[in-house]
Design a protein around this ligand. Structure first.
Ligand code: ZN
Ligand code: ZN
Length: 297
C-alpha cells in the first residue's frame, strides 16, 4: 500500500505541473478527497465529543453505547473508503498474458491513449489516465474510478456514509433544538439558513450553534447524495450492469440477481456490509460470461 501511495503522490505532483484540463480535473479530485476527509473528521469529532455528551449527559451507559455505535459506523465507512481508493481496477496489458494479435482476434477494443487492447467492459478514464476494468464511473470524492475490483467497497462506503450522515443529522437537530427549539415546530424559522446567518452576524445566535447548523445542512446533502448513489449502484449491481451499460441498454452480462451480486461483492455478498470480505469475485475482470452461457445457474 505504501508503494501505491508513493506512486500516486509522484504522479499527482507531475500532473499538477501540467497546464489545462488535466490540472483542473486533478484539482477537482484533490478538492473532492479533501472535502471527504475534512467533513468526516469534523462530523466525527462533533458527534463524539459535543452532541452525544450533551444529549446523554445524565445517562453514561447510553452515551457509551451511542459512541460505540457511531464509531463502528464511521470506521466501516472509512475502511471501505480507503479500500475503494487503493484497490483500483486499472488494466495494464503488460501484466496479462494476452498478446496483441490474440487480443485483436478476440474483438477487444483498442485504447489509443494507453496504446493497448482492452477487454470487454474496460474503458479509459481521462481523469485517472488509465484503462479501468468494468469501469462504472469516476468518483471525485475518492479521486478514483469505480470499477471491477473496488465497486464492492465503494457501494458499502456509500451505505455507511449515508448512515453516518443521517445519524449526525439526528444528533445535530437535537443539539440545536436545545438552543433554538425543535426543527419540527414554529421554531423552524431559526433553521432557515439565510435567517440564521443574519442572526449570527447580528450576534443573536451563538457561533457554535450556527456552525452546528451549517454542518447539519451539509449532512442532509450527504444523506441525499449518498442514498441516491447507493441505490443507483446497488440497482446496477443487482442488474449486472455498469452505469454506462444501463444508459446504453447493454444487457448481455446480466444473469440472475444473486449471480450479479456475487460478480460485484464475491460470495456471501451481504457480509461485506459488516466487514470487508476477502471472498474472490467469479470474474477476473477480463473474461466475462454472457447470459446465454449461464442458463440454469
Ligand atoms: Zn486507456
Ligand atoms: Zn477515473
Amino acid at each position: 500500500m505504501m508503494e501505491a501511495l508513493k506512486e500516486r503522490v509522484k504522479s499527482t505532483i507531475w500532473k499538477l505541473k501540467q497546464p489545462g484540463v488535466k490540472r483542473t480535473l486533478l484539482l477537482a479530485n484533490i478538492g473532492g478527497v479533501a472535502y471527504t476527509w475534512l467533513t468526516s473528521i469534523v462530523v466525527t469529532v462533533l458527534t463524539l465529543f459535543v452532541t452525544l455528551p450533551t444529549l446523554y449527559e445524565d445517562n453514561p451507559a447510553a452515551l457509551r453505547f451511542q459512541r460505540v455505535l457511531f464509531t463502528f459506523i464511521i470506521v466501516s465507512m472509512m475502511v471501505n473508503y480507503i479500500l475503494s481508493i487503493f484497490k483500483n481496477s486499472y488494466f495494464d496489458a503488460k501484466m496479462t498474458n494476452a498478446n496483441t494479435a490474440e487480443s485483436a482476434s478476440k474483438g477487444w477494443a483498442y485504447c489509443t491513449p494507453c496504446q493497448q487492447y482492452i477487454p470487454p467492459r474496460c474503458h479509459h478514464c481521462i481523469v485517472c489516465e488509465q484503462c479501468v476494468l468494468k469501469r462504472d464511473s469516476h468518483c471525485f470524492f475518492t479521486g478514483q474510478c469505480v470499477g471491477h475490483r473496488n465497486q464492492r467497497y465503494f457501494v458499502v462506503f456509500l451505505f455507511y456514509a449515508a448512515v453516518a450522515a443521517f445519524y449526525a443529522v439526528l444528533g445535530l437537530e437535537s443539539f440545536i433544538s436545545l438552543h433554538v427549539g425543535s426543527f419540527f415546530s414554529s421554531n423552524i424559522v431559526y433553521y432557515i439558513y439565510p435567517i440564521a446567518t443574519f442572526m449570527w452576524m447580528a450576534g443573536s445566535l451563538p457561533g457554535f450553534v450556527y456552525l452546528s447548523l451549517t454542518i447539519f445542512y451539509m449532512c442532509i446533502t450527504i444523506v441525499g447524495g449518498c442514498t441516491f448513489l447507493f441505490c443507483m449502484h446497488f440497482y446496477h449491481a443487482l442488474n449486472g450492469q455498469t452505469s454506462h451499460e444501463a444508459t446504453t441498454g447493454v444487457t448481455k452480462y446480466r444473469h440472475t440477481s444473486l449471480k450479479n451480486l456475487h460478480d460485484v461483492f464475491g460470495s456471501f455478498w451481504i457480509l461485506n456490509f459488516l466487514l470487508p470480505m476477502p471472498f474472490a469475485q467469479p470474474s477476473d475482470g477480463i473474461t466475462w460470461s454472457q447470459c446465454k452461457e449461464l442458463k440454469g445457474y
